[in-house]
Design a protein around this ligand. Sequence first.
Ligand code: S3P
Length: 430
Amino acid sequence: MDAVTVPAAGPGRAWDLEVPGDKSISHRALILSALADGTARVWGLQAGLDVAATRRVLGRLGVRIEPDGDGWRVEGRGVGGLAEPDGVLDCGNSGTTMRLAAGVLAGHGFLSVLAGDASLHGRPMARVLDPLREMGALAVGRAEDTLPPLVLRGGTLRALTWTSPVASAQVKGAVLLAGLHARGTTRVEEPGASRDHTERMLAAQGASVATGPGWVEVAGRPRLRARDLAVPGDPSAAAFWAAAALLVPGGRAVVRGVTLNPTRTGLFRILRRMGASVELVPTGEACGEPVGDVRVEHGPLQGVEIGPDEVPAAIDEFPVLGAVAAVARGETVVRGAAELRHKESDRIGLLAGELARAGVAVDTFADGFRIRGGGPLSSARFRSHGDHRLAMALGVLCLALPQGGRVEGAAAADVSYPGFWAALAGGARP
Ligand code: S3P
């Protein structure tokens, strides 16, 4: 059963919940623990398919990762200490797994082949392979080194200063992880501030890391100290509940224990500009990240213009922003977001097509979209196109449709949020 029916939410629905562990931090907790000296325990690891892909790939590279009480135990093999796999490494749907693993494997002298599903095989890889070749690795791929599958063989690399054409934490992370295997200091510069989990975690493990606006440096060949890690909740998952509260008259949402890292909370800043009541309440720290609760209350919303500077910190949240913009009064315009065309799906073209099914007027551009919100909505049958975030965003939008709606391909949510549909059906009713 891969289609889910979501009834319209009555007024005053309230969600108070925790969300799965942050996906980006979960990948990094596994990878950096694998490269550390010693054994790390990791709690709150996200249980979705993407993070499981990273766990499987590391297992094939000789890393022992085992359940340990209510968490996981990862036995580190040290920088450069992975073992040659005896077959193709399957990254599933996960761009983060493939790009970060490419960076690590460029630092090893054995042959690795990275492959994944049909969606992943359509995603751009030159952005990662180009710097890895500059560092001295064999780093090639299909379609003139632009697409997966990828083949890597490297060893001790040359340190590099790399100016990335895109603000991308996956590119930055891949080059930094390769830089750990290089002599000298590797530097990455990028046009906007992408999420900074890799550098935070590396610093906590004792690597020599320096950062400034739009750049980061790491010294090569460190010994990383295994650290016990408690992964905070995922703000990209919290975003769906923030949107749910805003789409339902009198709605409220409290999401507890998520990372409030400013490179991840861009959607909440945008929602405030739209007039929403969004409070971020700090409660502590975990994994070198500020952690807290997100509290959202329903209120009238106004469309806004979102420019290139605001895109990196909200990069995964545009599908759900589309749902919110559909009910906001006036136009919401997004520009400078061409990267959305290269995510798990084309999140500009497909979002527009799906919103149109509910009667929402959307224009698309090469680098964004314009939504005319506040018009009448009709019940709809949506398709996820295999994209987890599109599936969940459309599921949330169903709450605001006159007779609710239906999402086909709903199981895509398992990539990052197992249990999402049950949580959507839950929530207290007044
Ligand atoms: C991620 C970075 C982002 C984001 C993806 C996860 C990461 O991609 O869209 O969901 O964990 O590094 P880009 O870095 O390519 O923008």
